[in-house]
Ligand binder design. Sequence first.
Ligand SMILES: [Zn+2]
Ligand SMILES: [Zn+2]
Length: 232
Amino acid sequence: MAQAALDLLFPPRCVLCRRVGQELCADCLSGFLPVGNLFCPICGEPQLTSKVCSRCAANPPAFKQVRSAYRFVAGLRHVVHVFKYNNRRSLAAPLAVAITQQIQEPKHPVAICPVPLFPARQVERGYNQARLLAVKLACCWHLTCLPEEALRRTRSTGSQVGLDYSARQANVHDAFAADPGLVEGWNILLVDDVCTTGSTMNACAGTLLAAGAISVSGVTLARASSNGNPGR
Ligand SMILES: [Zn+2]
Ligand SMILES: [Zn+2]
């Protein structure tokens, strides 16, 4: 009721084209660039073949696989920025739906777990955008979303932007802790907004497996290319 009244007073506007009606309109959503079919079967990095990429071949990650829905370019880059930093929490629902349009629902029972923020960062921002996305994705796929205590970030890792692969790995090493009582015996699907090299996902997966998770996979809304391969 309150929401309906608010919508009447302040109707939602598309975050990209400002058209009244939805948080993200169908036209703008159709402009997102899907990752497509050519990617590394393990880390999901877009590339020109479907072979395991050189990074995964040299250092097999702890996760089973990571899949991303769209390239982190143009419109989507702006949407993610607004979702993360401008308190536009209502974008979680249309972005979760956007993920389901590109990524298949898990075939086996899994528990969804967002990539956590460092607590101080979360207080500053007021929310963890990955958790908002994870909760909505869990709704779409009728899955359990694990509570915040399941996986925590135990130290501030700063931004990964501008770091190369090995620096990213080192930056997130030992940065997470999991509660065995909450993760033991689960196949876990990690959820994040953006993935670049998969280093954060890998660190989370290692922690979850050590705490008794059966397997860990990941899904992200966006994929930032880490090596200048096709699609920027
Ligand atoms: Zn629009
Ligand atoms: Zn790979």
